[in-house]
Design a protein around this ligand. Structure first.
Ligand SMILES: [Zn+2]
Length: 215
């Protein structure tokens, strides 16, 4: 059955080549955003099971997996205005949730590190021009498609997805792998509408294998 083997190998090579242009971006699955945390997102830890499956899938297929951490100083500017004290660097609240599988993550990116500037997006800080370096990383690897999950839908996922679209990346948000703060009330729905309008594709984690394979 040498012919079949060759065909299988060729098919596998095609899928691998397609996967190599894709990345999974896991946003802020940290203790402070999960149950019991300082800025807990309702059901935040529910994103972990689908994300663990997906990170293993991407890793095994030759795609890249990136995880971000909100990483603030003790006196970060966001604590004075909108948010309670959260994700202070080096403290337990800033750590990844213990159930998040870190074994398939290639790159950990910390954001919001400057005292006087917040960063919701994984690509640019909130001045909309200071780069985190993530886009250059993706470009250098030839990655042009990005799949987003994590916390929270209406802030860091939203800002990251909108920047990804602006940067020309084909952008997917995985509905069953995100949860929203929904503060103020209605912001979860607004975020989904804004992303859809901007061209972000809203999908379920079960769709991803087919999207990669069909590419
Ligand atoms: Zn923050």
């Amino acid at each position: 059955m040498a012919i079949n083997n060759t065909a299988d190998e060729e098919a596998a090579a095609v899928i691998e080549a397609a996967a190599a242009t894709a990345a999974l971006l896991i946003i802020d699955v940290q203790n402070d955003f999960c149950s019991g945390g300082a800025l807990a997102v309702n059901g935040g830890e529910e994103v972990i099971a689908p994300l663990n499956k997906l990170s293993n899938f991407f890793y095994n297929m030759g795609g890249k997996v990136i995880a971000t951490q909100d990483w603030h100083t003790e006196n970060h500017i966001s604590f004075a205005s909108l948010w309670p004290i959260h994700c202070v660097r080096g403290l337990p609240g800033a750590e990844f949730h213990k159930d998040l599988d870190l074994s398939s993550i290639h790159l950990i990116l910390r954001k919001g590190t400057r005292e006087n500037l917040d960063s919701y997006s994984a690509f640019f800080e909130n001045d909309n021009k200071t780069s985190t370096g993530l886009y250059a990383y993706l470009q250098s690897l030839g990655i042009n498609r990005i799949f987003l999950g994590g916390l929270a839908t209406d802030y860091c996922v939203l800002y990251s997805a909108m920047d990804a679209i602006k940067l020309g990346l084909v952008t997917y948000v995985i509905k069953d792998a995100v949860r929203a703060v929904n503060y103020p009330e209605g912001s979860a729905e607004k975020a989904m509408e804004a992303m859809t309008k901007a061209g972000v594709k809203i999908i379920e984690s079960g769709d991803i294998k087919g999207i990669i394979n069909g590419a």
